[in-house]
Ligand binder design. Structure first.
Ligand code: ADP
Ligand code: MG
Length: 256
């Protein structure tokens, strides 16, 4: 039975899609059956950053009642399964977000983790995504607006019955104006599970349609995301270098 984890935020642009995609790939890499589903159907870009655009059947078709979910699950990098949202405006008009929970239900038996890239804000599609999850990660940037908006999302998600798994602070630089981890934990009343640095490799990888955790596993952001995956999966993850440049070798010492 899969754990359904929504990757949520208050504000847009905090890094939900980046974290969802790379966390999904990292979980797959450490041997966990993982599906990443793009529930951000209005601003779908999961498929773009994974270099998987143009797939024939998408979540839009499923939510429109025009396709079966089994036809919208694709195998992506490192064997992670991907359910793309689809980018057609016509498809978006026909999609009924209320069907999301039913769709997720039929995926529960085929994975250990379902990572859901949730929409920003608190409009209907965001509410449905949060309500359909068991747990959620809050992705924030170390700025006050991002954190106060995330707090609203947290309250709403909890009222909808989802449990906060933890906080991911993304795009962290060394600037002293940035809010410290401890303050973020106090404001959001939760634990910071990962501090992901601002890392130019993230955008480079996205431009090539490759997950940064595969393209550059030793980059600072990748390391933080592998650690996050390890914490979520209950495994210690080691990234070791081989003689031939950056080759990935992951060991699982402890399984849940
Ligand atoms: P969201 O899905 O929350 O809207 P995205 O994941 O699309 O956010 O990220 C927004 C932008 O920030 C993208 O251009 C992405 O490449 C960039 N980005 C995200 N995380 C990082 C990071 N840790 N370092 C550098 N750039 C990042
Ligand atoms: Mg996004």
């Amino acid at each position: 039975m899969a754990r359904v984890i929504a990757v949520a935020s208050g504000k847009g642009g905090t890094g939900k899609t980046t974290i969802s995609a790379n966390l999904g790939v990292a979980l797959a890499k450490i041997g966990k059956e993982t599906i990443v589903i793009d529930a951000d159907i209005t601003l779908a870009n999961l498929e773009l950053i994974l270099g998987m655009e143009g797939l024939p059947v998408t979540l839009q078709d499923v939510l429109a009642g025009e396709a079966d979910i089994s036809d919208a699950v694709y195998t992506g990098p490192a064997g992670v399964k991907i359910v793309p949202a689809g980018i057609s405006l016509e498809g978006l008009r026909k999609a009924n977000p209320d069907k999301l929970e039913e769709v997720l239900y039929s995926l529960l038996d085929i994975a250990e983790f379902i990572i859901m890239d949730a929409p920003a804000g608190l409009e209907k599609s965001a509410i449905v995504a949060l309500a359909s999850s068991d747990e959620f990660l809050l992705v924030v940037n170390p700025e006050i607006a991002s954190i106060t908006d995330a707090l609203k999302t947290k309250y709403v998600a909890e009222r909808l019955g989802s449990k906060m798994l933890g906080i991911v602070v993304n795009r962290v630089t060394k600037l002293s104006v940035e809010i410290a981890k401890k303050e973020i934990e106090a404001i959001l009343e939760g634990k910071v599970l990962a501090v992901v640095p601002e890392d130019p490799e993230v955008r480079k990888a996205a431009a090539f349609g490759q997950p940064v955790v595969l393209r550059n596993p030793k980059s600072p952001a990748s390391k933080a995301i592998y650690e996050l995956a390890g914490k979520i999966a209950g495994a210690d993850v080691k990234i070791e270098e081989s003689g031939k440049g950056f080759k990935r070798l992951l060991s699982i010492f402890k399984r849940r």
